[in-house]
Every structure is written in structure tokens, then in C-alpha cells.
Design a protein around this ligand. Structure first.
Ligand SMILES: [Zn+2]
Length: 121
């Protein structure tokens, strides 16, 4: 039995963040915002093996909170803002940030699963 070639995890994570196929980096891994493609259009890698469940949502939440809490501290220590204005603007910013990060984190999960040959990859 021939040993399988090692897969580059960092490269797969980066390609996943860019919503690209973890194998070739050219084809798309996700379409219609969060839907995983059945296979890569460029190299034919079967992507339907990906099983990410709620992981990307939890990680996205952690990223957004990690970015917003220091920002909240800076806003209240440096300025004297109106609390309602801060709440509305930060909630809007948090929502936009989460919507931007969620498909990218999901792509990273797919890349991580592919690099570690999980779930049939
Ligand atoms: Zn591909």
C-alpha cells in the first residue's frame, strides 16, 4: 500500500477563507452564500463530504466578540458616547462582520477537513 501524500493544512485554511477549493485553490467550494458545492468545477474534488454543522457559527461568533469588545472598551474610555447610538451602530457592525466572516470560516472548516482527510476526503 502506497502512503498518501501529505496535505498542506495552512494552504487549505487560506484557500477555504478565500472560498476556494482546498485542493486546487481555483474552483469555488461554496456557492449561494453558505451552500457547499458538490464538487469543484476546476479539479473535480468531491466537496459534498464536508460536514461542518454549527462549528463555523460558533467560531464566527467568537471572532466577532473578540473584535468588538476591545472596540467597545476603546469607545467608552476615549469618548463619552450616547449609549443607544453605540448599541445601534455596534449591533449593525457586528451583524455585518458576522455575515462577512461566516462563509469564510465555513470554507476554512472544509479546508481543515480536507487537509486531515476527514469525512471521506
Ligand atoms: Zn478544485
Amino acid at each position: 500500500m502506497q502512503p498518501e501524500a501529505e496535505r498542506n493544512t495552512q494552504q487549505a485554511l487560506l484557500r477555504g477563507f478565500m472560498l476556494k477549493c482546498p485542493s486546487c485553490g481555483t474552483g469555488k467550494s461554496i456557492h449561494r452564500y453558505l451552500k457547499v458545492k458538490d464538487r469543484c468545477d476546476h479539479c473535480g474534488l468531491e466537496l459534498h463530504h464536508a460536514s461542518v454543522d454549527d462549528g463555523p457559527a460558533y467560531f464566527t461568533l467568537m471572532i466577532v466578540v473578540a473584535l468588538l469588545f476591545p472596540l467597545l472598551a476603546v469607545i467608552y474610555t476615549q469618548f463619552d458616547p450616547e449609549p443607544l447610538g453605540v448599541a445601534i451602530s455596534l449591533m449593525s457592525f457586528a451583524t455585518a462582520l458576522a455575515l462577512w466572516f461566516l462563509p469564510r470560516v465555513k470554507g476554512m472548516f472544509i479546508g481543515l477537513q480536507w487537509a486531515n482527510r476527514l469525512y471521506g476526503f
